[in-house]
Design a protein around this ligand. Structure first.
Ligand code: FRU
Length: 717
């Protein structure tokens, strides 16, 4: 190919001939046995034999056939190994197999070796946190090796994130089952790259542009009913050269729509993806916090001081994936509009800076206060060898931080003990620290000055680990009747009492979160008594942000309350009222029938909405919303609400349910019956679908009240 790329010219490297020759498939391996049979295994990663699906601590593995598969997540990502087949003869045009796991070429892969040389290789689809453990079909055209002897080799040399490979059902066949993949060098000469995404394609169909080894544009096909034109704005990349990777499922007649439609052009067509303008990128959440660039996970050091909500966050200052843990920092007057500041606390000889909390030391118990300004103190984990707990302080409203010279303040206790959450306990006039120890064990420590800590009691919490929170709340708003909430990273909580020394459990663990993406939530310290709210933000762990400069997002902040329910006291979690700061146009309905086939929201379209609804399902079997094609679905018979493959129980109250839904570019957060259930879940929107719908199925329902707010972006435009 010449350097010049001519619009419309994409000579396809691979031509597809899908016609079956009639010869039956030859099964190479289905991994249904107890061991790997005559395959040779080295290392630990592959375990003693094929896995039966998902392994401990792994996201759910799906898409494999039968019961067994090769899954090199044995003992996590850090294990390595290889698995090699006995010699086999190539007797069909294709080798088809199911593949999932990490996208680390040469390190998490399956190879075909002929004469000892790797002649074909394939990896899983994941190179960043989030992603999916689903296996998909992949095909190699091996016709050129017909009659030759070959070996298959499954390799796991990677030890970091997505350091594993999953393989199943390897078959020789004359019919291709997987996507056709082509790589093409391009010299970027026009403003746009334009291509047509075919209809009804799964996520195996993907287009990426790689420049200087970095994926700068990435589009994943959805299951949209109609084909759609996509445009990438590449104007800022003009003059550079890159590599275009197209993986496409061919149509039944062999047509490759993306290959044949992809051009460089000075005119945009269809959906325009601009990824260069900060905070306006295609997949940038518009009212959920993300760092300007690079990785974030847990919220840390949540303090309210002098009109500012501080949000520190686990951050990799130099990479899109987890690593180099540092406390990033942002401030906001309302928990909605954030300004990112300089990174606050950096790694040192004691370790990288893992999660922790923050307090205002009003009485200067630690003696760090230098002037009139009250001192802010951060308590965090020094993640060295071993993990210990340290503190740092700021005398300038969090703008600069000094580490205490006698760190750590709490030595190693157990395991990888971490994530200190500190609060002031007024009745006993001391600081209390909730700390994660190991396995399902937590403990409370006490201190007069944030520097000297003694163990108060142990708090086991079956099923939970990491990132504790510990706070007191009135029940039904009654200050004379309180409970203490002990919280684990997965959003499960215990209810009990605390006398300053011992936490006595009354009930739990109870779940608080039914969504797919909610972890390591923490509440703000020092919210003024006049406000009185217990305010929380979580990491929406997982999610996909293809081509984005940042990775991962926070949840929308929520207010927590305790209320009496028929099942006992429960924690309610609902969005803070400050959502109203971004309300734009309001659309409202009330006391209106909703008949099957009707959609009162048909004229609305967009990316950002808040919905508040009270619905009487009446004779309907199902009622719900569709948001850009994704359903928030109430099953009247089962009394459950479902969204993005997660389901929560939601009993009607007096024949009615209340739903509050926040739709942002990459998340849907559903709250039921004023926060009795909350479901924060990430999604990757179908860019071509901006529709909204409200529906009833199987009978008439009643809209008691419905408010739909268009939302403004919280970022400066
Ligand atoms: C939870 C966690 C914490 C740890 C931090 C490191 O997501 O594993 O236990 O402090 O992340 O980034």
């Amino acid at each position: 190919m010449t350097r010049r790329m001519i619009a419309g010219l994409w000579a396809s490297v691979l031509v597809l001939t899908a016609a079956a020759s009639g010869a039956p498939d030859i099964l190479i391996a289905d991994f249904e046995g107890k061991d790997y049979g005559d395959w040779k295994m080295e290392g630990e990663a592959f375990g003693p034999g094929p896995a039966r699906g998902t392994l401990p601590n792994q996201m759910p593995v799906s898409g494999f056939e039968g019961k067994g598969l090769v899954n090199s997540f044995c003992n996590g990502d850090r294990t390595t190994g290889t698995l090699a087949s006995p010699p086999l003869k190539i007797e069909r045009k294709f080798i088809n197999f199911l593949i999932g796991g990490g996208m680390h070429p040469g390190e998490t892969c399956i190879n075909l070796l002929v004469d000892g040389k790797v002649v074909r290789t394939a990896t899983g689809p994941n190179d960043r946190p989030g992603g999916t453990e689903r296996l998909d079909w992949y095909s190699w055209d091996v016709s050129e090796f017909a009659g030759r002897s070959a070996i298959l080799q499954i390799v796991d040399k990677a030890t970091g994130g997505w350091g594993h490979i999953n393989i199943d059902h390897i078959v020789q066949s004359d019919v291709r089952r997987g996507a056709v993949e082509t790589l093409k060098d391009v010299a970027i000469e026009r403003d746009y790259i334009v291509f047509q995404l075919p209809a009804r394609q799964g996520p195996r169909t993907q287009v990426s542009l790689i420049v200087d080894g970095k994926t700068v544009r990435h589009t994943v096909a959805s299951n949209a009913d109609a084909a759609c034109w996509m445009t990438w704005d590449v104007s800022k990349l003009k003059g550079r050269s890159g590599r275009l990777r197209i993986a496409e499922m061919p149509a039944p007649d062999g047509t490759l729509t993306i290959q044949s439609s992809c051009t460089q052009s000075n005119e945009a067509k269809g959906v325009l993806m601009i990824t260069d303008k900060l905070y306006q990128e295609t997949y940038r959440p518009q009212f959920h916090f993300t760092p300007a660039k690079n990785w974030t996970n847990d919220p840390n050091g949540l303090i309210f001081y002098k009109g500012e909500y501080h949000l520190f966050f686990q951050h990799n200052p130099t990479g899109i994936n987890w690593g180099n843990m540092t406390w990033g920092h942002a401030v906001s007057p309302d928990m909605v509009h954030w300004t990112q500041l300089d990174h606050a606390i950096h790694p040192d000889t004691l370790g990288t800076i893992f999660s922790g909390s923050g307090v205002v030391d009003w009485a200067n118990t630690a003696g760090f206060q230098a002037g009139d300004e009250k001192v802010l103190v951060a308590i965090y984990t020094s993640a060295g060898k071993p993990f210990t707990q340290s503190i740092a302080y700021s005398n300038d409203r969090g703008r600069t931080w000094t580490k205490y010279e006698k760190n750590p303040v709490l030595g190693h206790v157990a395991g990888d003990n971490r994530d200190p959450k500190v609060l002031w306990h007024e009745p006993t006039k001391k600081w209390v620290m909730a700390l994660y120890l190991d396995k399902n064990d937590y403990a409370l420590f006490g201190s007069p000055n944030l520097k000297d800590w003694t163990r108060l009691c142990d708090v086991p919490m079956p099923g939970s680990g990491e990132c504790p929170d510990f706070f007191e709340l009135p029940v039904d708003g009654d200050a004379g009747n309180t409970r203490w909430v002990f919280w684990g990273a997965n959003g499960a909580y215990l209810l009990g009492t605390f006398d300053g020394k011992t936490f006595t459990k009354e009930s739990g663990p109870h779940p608080s979160n039914w969504g797919g993406n909610c972890y390591a939530a923490q509440t703000w310290s020092d919210v003024p008594k006049s406000d009185g709210r217990r305010l929380q933000i979580a990491w929406m762990n997982g999610g996909k942000y293809p081509g984005m400069p940042f990775n991962q997002q926070m949840s929308f902040p929520c207010e927590l309350t305790l209320r009496t329910t028929p099942d006992g006291i429960r924690l309610y979690r609902r969005p803070v009222r400050e959502i109203e700061t971004i309300h734009a146009r309001k659309h409202a309905w009330s006391n209106q029938a909703l008949k099957p086939g009707e959609n009162p929201l048909a004229t609305l379209a967009g990316e950002l909405f808040e919905i508040r609804a009270e619905i009487e399902p009446g004779r309907a079997a199902e009622v719900g919303f569709t948001l850009r094609g994704e359903k928030v679905h109430y099953d009247v018979g089962k009394k459950t609400v479902a969204c993005l493959s997660k389901t929560a129980p939601l009993p009607p109250e007096k024949g009615r349910i209340r739903l509050q839904v926040l739709l942002d570019r990459t998340s849907i957060e559903v709250f039921g019956n004023d926060g009795l259930i909350s479901m924060p879940t990430c999604f990757l929107p179908d860019l071509a679908n901006r529709s909204l719908g409200l529906y009833a199925v199987g009978g008439e329902a009643k809209i008691v009240s419905l408010e739909v707010y268009e939302l403004k972006s919280a970022w400066p435009m």
